[in-house]
Write a protein that binds this ligand. Structure first.
Ligand SMILES: [Zn+2]
Length: 472
């Protein structure tokens, strides 16, 4: 029997150029798909969702989020890139047990859903022991979010106190990574049509010898995952690295690649990436914090597909509305600074609010090579839909709905979230979630990690890190 929903009387921002924005319309959902959108759309035997006074829009897509860091919320708020690497990646990450991965992924996925994210790329660079991946996958499936689980190939560092570790010692990949990745791909992540699908997170191959790129990207291609992602072009630590040129010469660039950050890419490198169909996910709040101009505007000028990612709640917000606002303003600023330096007053903006919404929905879908199924409200696509309330005084009246949705809203204005036709949030409340048990498990894992961290010796890691800086 078909499961039908009818969203009635919403202001519909479809992000589909063929449909546009409809001031008042209905959306019929049948099972996991959008069946019809229009002013005269109706449905017999449907569960009716009254959206009077609300905006209906595609669910937001976060293309870069380390869900395991949900346990470290705020821990690196006042940190630097250096302390982030040393303390978070090489200090705390090796301590993670399967249960820590599980509760972090579960709480992180719920946080995303609560704020209107229907699809997340989980940058799971926390596969430091066999089984951690399965624990995170259990959590993603339990949460009901659509996810690309991007399996990480980096393990815990191999360090000895009396030597200075090489970069490969800081970011080793183990034999079990390869076998676990293969087993996931042939097992629970074999389908590319499921709600949770498989991607690969490589090591930070930008900083490692080229044979590491050949290994990690070779495995990703062997497994034929739709998206492979890595940190790249991330500021001072990336400047002058021949990474892009090495990948180009090795024939390793391709449209399955999604690079995170990218602010230090040169114009020439952006041309190379555009030619190869590589996508970039910006996390503007992160990049601004490093003192860099986010690459958003430059990448778009080069014809590169750009999406948005929240990155880590260890130091940043998990609210994609805030990320849209920061990214839009930073992107406009990138061009305005150039004009300003020439004594030219801008007479238009580099990106509109509607452009930003398109980037966060369809752009995100393209980044994940899923534009045929998500990213817009289009009949036939998956029913990933959110409703924004407008009865908060700060959301009342005002300009075009795209401008309100992008520049005035925040995650708390999300009334309803539907993923693949399933309601996950309604009337402002997550469904089928026990917040108290989430809190209890989070606290237990965080306490354990905090105590275990006290006996971690970071001295060898700092030595390896200083070596990495010297080679950058
Ligand atoms: Zn990241």
């Amino acid at each position: 029997m078909t499961n039908r929903h009818l969203i009635k009387n919403a202001c519909v921002i479809s992000v589909d150029p063929g449909i546009g924005t409809l001031p008042r319309a209905n959306i019929r959902i049948e099972d996991d798909r959008i069946a019809a959108i229009g002013t005269d759309v109706s449905a017999e035997d449907a569960v009716v969702i009254d959206a009077e006074g609300m905006i209906a829009m595609p669910g937001l897509i976060c293309c870069h989020r380390h869900l395991w860091m949900t346990l470290l919320r705020g821990y690196v708020s006042d940190g630097t890139w250096s302390s982030y690497y040393v303390e978070t990646f090489w200090g705390r990450r090796p301590l993670y047990r399967a249960r820590d991965n599980h509760i972090a992924a579960y709480a992180g996925a719920l946080e995303a859903i609560e704020a209107g994210v229907t699809t997340v790329l989980d940058f799971h660079d926390c596969s430091i022991a066999p089984g951690n991946a399965d624990a995170s996958l259990d959590a993603l499936e339990k949460s009901g979010i659509r996810a690309v689980f991007s399996y990480g190939l980096e393990g815990a560092p191999n360090l000895t106190a009396d030597t200075t570790p090489a970069l490969e010692d800081l970011s080793p990949t183990e034999g079990w990574h390869r076998s676990e990745a293969k087993s996931l791909r042939s097992g629970r992540l074999s389908s590319d049509d499921a709600l949770v699908t498989m991607g690969i997170t490589t090591r930070n191959i930008e900083k490692l010898p080229h044979h590491c790129s050949e290994h990690d990207l070779g495995l990703a291609r062997e497994l034929a995952v739709r998206t492979t992602t890595t940190h790249a072009g991330g500021g001072a630590l990336s400047m002058g690295m021949p990474f892009i040129e090495n990948l180009r010469q090795g024939g390793l660039l391709g449209p399955d690649l999604l690079f995170s950050h990218g602010q230090s890419f040169t114009e020439n490198e952006l041309d190379v990436l555009a030619d190869a169909g590589v996508k970039i996910v910006v996390s503007a709040e992160s990049e601004l914090g490093q003192g860099a101009d986010p690459v958003t505007w430059r990448a778009r000028e080069h014809g590169i597909t750009v999406g948005l990612g929240a990155d880590s709640v260890g130091s940043l917000s998990g609210d994609m509305f805030r990320h849209m606002q920061i990214t839009l303003k930073a992107g406009r600023g990138s061009r305005n600074r150039i004009l300003d330096a020439q004594g030219i007053a801008p007479i238009d903006v580099a990106m509109t609010a509607a452009d930003m919404l398109e980037m966060t929905t369809m752009g995100g879908a393209r980044c994940l090579n899923m534009e045929d199924r998500i990213g817009s409200l289009t009949p036939g696509k998956q029913a990933d839909i959110i409703l924004l309330r407008r009865d908060r005084i700060g959301m009342m009246s005002g300009a075009r709905p795209e401008q309100i949705a992008v520049l005035q809203a925040n995650g708390r204005d999300v009334d309803t979230v539907m993923v693949a036709g399933q309601l996950r949030k309604r009337h402002g409340q997550l469904l089928d979630v026990d917040p108290l048990s989430v809190q209890t498990e989070l606290d237990a894992s965080r306490t354990w990690l905090t105590e275990a961290y006290e006996s971690v010796d970071l001295a060898p890691v700092w030595k390896g890190y200083e070596r990495m800086i010297a080679s950058a």
